[in-house]
Design a protein around this ligand. Structure first.
Ligand SMILES: Nc1ccn([C@H]2C[C@H](O)[C@@H](COP(=O)(O)OP(=O)(O)OP(=O)(O)O)O2)c(=O)n1
Length: 417
């Protein structure tokens, strides 16, 4: 499976409409993932394009109806739309379903434990002698509150009533209703926990240690809020790793010269990946051991494909030489990946610098510091003057997760082993 697009709604267009404009009939046989149930305006076009499945997070239109319940016009429009969506759904070949996979029971705890050990939190901790150990907990609580208000209906009864209003009575019976709420809460916890591991704190952010090589925009740093957001995406990917010790995630974005209709501004998704063994292999096909094993033959390093390597391999767009292209990696790129990133023409690297400058037996991280011609942004607590982008960004909150409609499109791909 390859992700071929990631879009969010703009002022004028819904995410589904943007997907149509961007991909047209290439959507045929693709799977689409929405952060809300698509409305009839989007759904009619999408089913017509021949998509194979549409999965959605079941929080909207419910959440919008919650705040607009007192307005009879909106409620009756929403009812009409919900009916139209159900009719489009039942007369279409595409499968439209709620996407709420229950998490394995230890997942939330595992993510909570590992998130506190990540470099961003560790750097803040080191730089603050009077560091309050509850800082991470406080950040997490804040994110949980924020995400709950965006993605959940707090009151059970209100939730039930809204589901009935839009014709989803079948979801109101138990155990479906309590399972639905529990699965939603768990996923919100995971999202909030990972987001809290890249917190807003003092002047900490992703900064370059070197003077900018040129004034060209393709080397200028992104607004911190966007950089943090993309790093959270990479962190989420890292949890999909097949390396049982070290998970790494990478995501590549680029910026078009001209701003088009996309709700992500001029940014467009290029590719993403995490460290894993060759596609289609079984657990026992390759060794899983690390440097601590004396026998080098049973170490993982010659087999595992790095997050950046997978992001480059399974990308859906070309990397254009005149555009600001950037890769976000949760760990320092190693010596195998640094020349690949530079060779692919990527202009900026946002990375954690854990292990930078280290030479291990089978993997080394020496080339990152010496790399020239690619701008590097690592976690830093140095006070910087705000970039122009940052200032402009204050008024235009680009936040992919926060947006009402986020859309992933995946395409089945054939892989040869
Ligand atoms: N930029 C990077 C760096 C590493 N990796 C992957 C490749 C391996 O799956 C794993 C290797 O990580 P480490 O160098 O941390 O090695 P260990 O997993 O052995 O851990 P340790 O830090 O204890 O040596 O991470 C990656 O995908 N991208």
């Amino acid at each position: 499976m390859t992700i071929i697009g990631l879009h969010c709604s703009s002022t004028d267009l819904h995410a589904g409409q943007i997907a149509l404009i961007k991909h047209g009939s290439r959507l045929k046989n693709c799977d689409l993932y929405f952060s809300r149930k698509p409305c009839s305006t989007c759904l009619k076009m999408i089913v017509n394009a021949g998509v194979s499945r549409i999965s959605y997070w079941p929080a909207d239109p419910e959440i919008s109806l919650q705040s607009e319940a007192s307005n009879p016009v909106t409620t009756s429009d929403a009812k009409l739309d919900a009916k139209a969506v159900e009719r489009l759904k039942s007369n279409s070949r595409a499968r439209v379903c709620v996407l709420l996979q229950p998490l394995v029971c230890y997942m939330v705890q595992f993510i909570e434990e590992t998130s506190t050990k990540l470099d961003f939190i560790q750097k803040i901790a080191k730089s603050q002698p009077d560091f309050n150990t509850d800082f991470y907990t406080a950040c997490r609580q804040e994110r949980i509150k924020e995400y709950e208000s965006l993605f959940l209906i707090s009151n059970e009864e209100t939730h039930k009533q809204i589901l009935m209003t839009i014709g989803l009575e079948n979801l109101c019976e138990n155990p479906y209703f309590s399972n639905l709420r529990q699965n939603m809460k768990d996923l919100v916890l995971v999202l909030a926990t990972v987001a809290a591991s890249v917190p807003v704190f003092g002047c900490f952010g992703f900064y370059s240690n070197e003077p900018q090589p040129t004034n060209e925009t393709c080397h200028q740093g992104l607004p911190q809020e966007i950089a943090r957001h993309c790093m959270v995406q990479a962190r989420l990917l890292a949890y999909r790793t097949e390396d049982h010790k070290t998970g790494v995630g990478a995501i590549i974005w680029a910026e078009e010269k001209s701003r088009s209709c996309d709700g992500t501004g001029a940014m467009y998704f290029v590719g993403c990946g995490y460290n894993a063994f060759p596609v289609g292999s079984e657990y026992a096909d390759f060794p899983h051991m690390d440097d601590k094993q004396k026998d080098r033959e049973i170490r993982k390093f010659r087999y595992i494909i790095h997050a950046e390597q997978n992001a480059l391999t399974f990308r859906c767009r070309e990397i254009k030489p005149d555009e600001r292209s950037m890769i976000f990696v949760t760990k320092c790129p190693c010596d195998e990946c640094v020349p690949l990133i530079k060779g692919a023409g990527i202009k900026q690297i946002y990375a954690g610098d854990i292990d930078a400058g280290k030479k291990k037996a089978d993997i080394s991280y020496m080339k990152f510091d010496e790399l020239e011609g690619v701008s590097k942004f690592t976690v830093n607590g140095v006070q910087k003057t705000k970039s122009i982008d940052d200032q402009q960004h204050q008024n235009k909150k680009l936040s992919l997760l926060h947006s009402c409609s986020v859309l992933f499109i995946t395409q089945p791909v054939c892989t040869l082993k």
